[in-house]
Design a protein around this ligand. Structure first.
Ligand code: HEC
Ligand code: HEC
Ligand code: HEC
Ligand code: HEC
Ligand code: HEC
Ligand code: HEC
Ligand code: HEC
Ligand code: HEC
Ligand code: HEC
Ligand code: HEC
Length: 337
């Protein structure tokens, strides 16, 4: 991963180079504070304007969507007066659109950027508004998780978070990539392109003679990985049984079989296969099937059945010529048929 750093530093929008104490320190409200303020200020506002009670409608994690002016919140329409670029197309943003469809009020400018009154009264004082571009990765991530912790509860313990890769290293709220799948998920690029920007060292694996067709679009990095973190190693998707990452697609290998091959059940698919790409057919870890089997079965002696002199050599009949049901059999314990 050493080669990765320069690549990442060149990437615009990634928060990796930010100093822990960047600009915008005036307004580092976490989601909880934001809610507290919103509630407190709506109370003040309602008291003053009895005829017009504050709306205070809820979004996914009960943060108030500030579409209406209340207290320190000036409302999205006020922002729109000066920030035409940021507002442009925002009606199509999942933060407005999807949430509205679900009968909620969406996330307004100030649900993310914080209350804007002082910013507006200061004629656009940049020290009085939360700026995602100058904030640290931790601050950005805390803001987003203020609403998305329910969807991505493991992010903080993920290898990405630990390496200071934050939400806006991959997502852009206002200017996502135009490709349809990227736009929908507010990504700066579609996977695998997004991933290769930093994981360039993985790229050759997907060009090997045998590989999962990720570049060809048949399989996606996200089919096997959850970049938002999981309980498994290597950001692998959490499943009841680690083989399920593979058997989700290779259903015929799932079993259960009457006669299981302990290697498949116990050690898992990766004891024989390489997930990304391989020089060997069937994505096998080693070139010779006999060598592969002998890694665990070297103690199997020459018998009347195995009437060859036991050898790891590829010259003797390959084990799988007879043991065709290497993933498990419903008929026979020797995995012959
Ligand atoms: C009176 C005009 C005005 C209003 C209203 C206004 N802003 Fe600003 N805003 C500015 C100016 C001017 C700047 C700094 C100059 C610039 O954009 O490069 C700025 C900067 C920002 C920045 C930092 C961008 C950067 O490049 O540093 C954010 C984020 C922001 N405003 C959000 C908001 C939000 C959210 C609202 C509504 C709550 C809002 N603004 C309302 C004028 C305004
Ligand atoms: C879901 C959170 C979220 C919401 C809602 C949101 N923003 Fe932003 N805003 C961001 C992030 C993140 C950035 C950093 C750039 C990016 O990711 O696209 C940003 C950047 C900006 C900037 C600086 C743009 C630049 O290119 O320098 C301005 C100005 C801004 N937002 C204004 C607004 C206004 C006005 C609204 C309401 C229409 C709004 N934002 C709604 C998260 C949000
Ligand atoms: C105030 C709450 C709030 C904040 C803060 C917030 N979001 Fe969202 N986000 C939402 C809502 C509501 C939706 C609409 C989808 C839904 O209903 O789940 C959404 C949708 C999304 C989607 C698209 C989901 C999909 O399934 O297509 C992405 C990606 C996303 N947000 C990323 C971010 C990022 C990155 C940040 C921080 C810059 C952020 N959000 C901050 C509330 C929020
Ligand atoms: C390393 C890149 C990366 C980082 C960092 C990242 N995301 Fe994502 N995010 C993705 C990709 C790729 C997808 C779409 C594929 C998927 O669903 O897994 C996605 C999807 C989403 C979605 C849509 C729901 C879903 O799971 O499909 C939301 C919401 C979201 N991200 C929010 C966040 C938030 C909030 C953060 C920071 C806490 C974050 N993301 C950090 C790459 C990233
Ligand atoms: C902004 C740079 C960046 C982007 C974009 C990015 N990653 Fe990462 N990724 C990292 C860093 C840094 C680490 C932590 C260092 C490491 O362990 O390799 C990491 C770790 C990982 C790991 C865990 C590696 C391990 O050894 O445990 C996986 C898996 C991973 N990323 C997959 C992805 C996928 C899939 C995508 C695209 C959806 C992606 N990453 C996008 C920077 C990035
Ligand atoms: C078919 C499932 C699958 C797909 C598709 C896949 N991965 Fe993986 N990946 C894995 C598994 C399984 C591991 C763990 C390997 C191990 O533990 O030996 C892994 C490990 C990794 C690692 C950390 C280990 C290392 O070799 O350094 C990174 C980084 C990674 N994958 C990135 C990616 C990226 C980027 C993509 C898309 C371009 C991708 N993966 C596509 C299954 C997959
Ligand atoms: C998203 C679906 C998907 C997932 C998840 C997946 N695969 Fe695959 N796999 C495929 C497809 C599609 C092919 C066929 C590619 C082709 O035609 O070349 C394939 C091919 C293979 C092959 C080679 C088959 C051959 O005939 O050469 C092996 C071995 C394999 N996968 C093992 C795994 C393992 C091990 C995992 C888990 C780490 C896994 N797969 C996860 C879709 C998937
Ligand atoms: C004990 C070693 C071993 C384990 C463990 C193993 N495989 Fe295999 N797999 C093989 C061998 C050997 C072949 C080649 C068979 C052939 O060429 O006839 C193969 C072939 C395959 C193929 C392509 C040919 C076919 O039969 O469809 C797929 C797909 C596959 N394995 C998926 C998996 C999955 C998914 C797992 C985990 C559930 C797994 N394998 C576990 C040894 C293993
Ligand atoms: C990761 C280790 C591992 C690998 C690699 C492996 N096996 Fe196994 N295999 C086992 C274990 C463990 C058992 C259960 C042994 C027992 O019960 O004595 C087993 C059982 C078997 C059995 C059933 C034995 C019986 O007692 O009936 C056969 C046949 C077999 N393996 C063939 C193969 C073949 C052929 C290959 C190569 C494609 C292979 N194995 C690769 C670990 C492995
Ligand atoms: C010519 C066909 C043939 C070949 C080639 C073959 N086997 Fe067997 N093997 C058998 C038969 C038949 C049995 C007995 C099956 C039974 O009892 O149900 C057997 C039994 C086994 C057993 C369980 C009994 C024991 O001796 O422990 C293992 C393990 C085994 N073979 C592994 C292998 C491995 C590893 C290879 C490749 C190096 C291999 N076999 C090659 C036909 C073959």
């Amino acid at each position: 991963m050493n080669e990765m750093k320069p690549v990442m530093q060149k990437r615009p929008g990634a928060n990796l180079l930010r100093m822990p104490d960047g600009a915008g320190r005036g307004l580092r409200l976490l989601g909880a504070c934001l809610l507290g303020l919103a509630v407190a200020s709506s109370v003040a506002w309602s008291a003053a304007q009895e005829a017009k009670p504050a709306t205070g409608t809820k979004t996914i994690n009960a943060q108030s969507a500030q579409t209406q002016p209340t207290g320190d919140f000036v409302g999205s329409d006020t922002c729109a007066g000066c920030h035409t670029d940021a507002v442009k197309n925002f009606a199509d943003n999942p933060h407005t659109k999807l949430a509205l469809q679900h009968g909620k009020s969406g996330a307004s400018c100030e649900s993310c950027h914080g209350p804007g009154r002082e910013h507006v009264e200061g004629g656009g004082d940049v020290s009085k508004i939360f700026n995602f571009k100058t904030a640290t990765e931790k601050q950005v991530t805390a803001r987003c998780l203020g609403c998305h912790a329910g969807t991505h509860p493991n992010f903080q313990r993920s290898p990405h978070a630990k390496a200071a890769v934050g939400c806006t290293s991959c997502h852009s709220v206002h200017a996502p990539n135009e490709a349809e799948d990227a736009k929908e998920k507010l990504l700066t690029a579609s996977a695998p392109k997004l991933c290769f920007q930093c994981h360039n060292d993985m790229k050759p694996q997907f060009s090997m003679p045998f590989h999962h067709k990720v570049n060809e679009g048949a399989v996606n990095c996200n089919d096997c990985h959850d970049v938002h973190g999981s309980f498994g190693n290597s950001n692998l998707r959490s499943t009841a049984d680690q083989n399920a990452i593979c058997t989700k697609c290779h259903t015929e290998k799932r079993g259960p079989f009457v006669y299981e091959h302990a290697a498949v059940k116990g050690e898992g698919c990766l004891s024989c296969h390489t997930p990304h790409g391989s020089q060997n057919a069937r994505l096998l870890n080693v070139a010779s099937v006999n060598v592969l089997c002998s890694q665990c079965h070297s103690a199997v002696a020459a018998t009347t059945i195995h009437n060859f002199s036991w050898s790891q050599s590829a010259d003797v009949t390959p084990c799988i010529d007879c043991h065709t049901m290497v993933h498990g059999s419903n008929l026979e314990p020797g995995l012959i048929r």
